[in-house]
Design a protein around this ligand. Structure first.
Ligand SMILES: O=C(O)CCC(=O)C(=O)O
Ligand SMILES: [Fe+2]
Length: 268
């Protein structure tokens, strides 16, 4: 495990101009993540919340945006939306926010050059929504597409310890996998660090790389905790978004596209 410990960021150096400060870049280089407080205003966060409601109101059609459900931990009779993916092609305002402006500029500072969108999703974590076992996002088979990614977490609602905010590693930045693909981190793999809750307000953006260990608790409150997750890779590694969603539709399709009787399991 120690051979994947890195004091300096892998491969690419940070760009100096953009919305992130040199203090932000230093924090990211040291830990693999950083919290950019108030990157979006309350008004902008309200726009994002409204667009999210628009996306939720769309009728589900096979082959289009992808809606996933879970059973509420608070009410076994309630099936609730867990997440929606692949909506940018159908929502121009969301698309402009995600593929341009401050978010892309910040990500390009972090990767040190042009960046491409890899995937986009909203995790709803409705009342009774499950938590996430500690993992590195790269464990979800992402190495097929690129050697590393940066995710921007945009808080739509306030995310707190009570409703299952993200928890980030207090370890120095990792430059590689510390666990196995397709399975959460084990206690032994997490022996040298702890996960620290990072609460976020609407408009805050938490950037983290795909080797930064993280997880979250369930939401046992009575209100949803919506978070937008936007994942990018350095453009030099190519544009893999369409292939990623083609592959995901096959391996873990949204419910509307599933074959009856077949067992589909979320792994990491
Ligand atoms: O939304 C959360 O609480 C964590 C989500 C996460 O880590 C993921 O979807 O990879
Ligand atoms: Fe994750």
């Amino acid at each position: 495990m120690t051979d994947t410990l890195s004091a300096s960021p892998p491969a690419l150096s940070a760009r100096s101009t953009g919305p992130l400060t040199s203090g932000d870049l230093t924090h990211y280089a040291r830990t693999g993540w950083l919290a950019a407080r108030g990157l979006f205003s309350i008004e902008e966060a309200a726009d994002i919340a409204r667009w999210t409601e628009e996306v939720c109101a769309w009728p589900e059609v096979a082959g289009r945006h992808m809606v996933y459900y879970e059973t509420s931990l608070l009410d076994p009779a309630a099936k609730v939306v867990q997440r929606v993916e692949n909506f940018c092609p159908y929502h121009p305002a969301f698309d402009a926010l995600v593929r341009g402006g401050r978010l892309l500029a910040a990500v390009e500072q972090l990767v040190g050059g042009p960046a491409m969108l890899f995937k986009e999703k909203v995790n709803f974590k409705k009342a009774g929504g499950a938590g996430f076992e500690p993992h590195q996002d790269q464990q979800a088979g992402w190495s097929t597409y690129a050697p590393g990614f940066v995710t921007a977490l945009v808080s739509i609602d306030r995310a707190t310890v009570e409703n299952g905010c993200l928890e980030m590693s207090d370890a120095p930045r990792y430059a590689g996998l510390i666990g196995q693909e397709w399975t959460p981190l084990t206690a032994a793999e997490m022996a040298s660090f702890s996960l620290i809750p990072v609460e976020t307000e609407p408009g805050d953006v938490l950037f983290f790389d795909s080797y930064a260990p993280h997880g979250s608790q369930p939401n046992l409150t009575d209100a949803q905790r919506r978070i937008l997750y936007l994942t990018y890779n350095a453009a030099e590694y190519g544009d893999h978004r369409a292939q990623y969603y083609t592959d995901k539709r096959k391996s873990f399709p949204p419910e509307i596209e599933r074959e009856p009787g077949k067992d589909y399991r979320f792994r990491v």
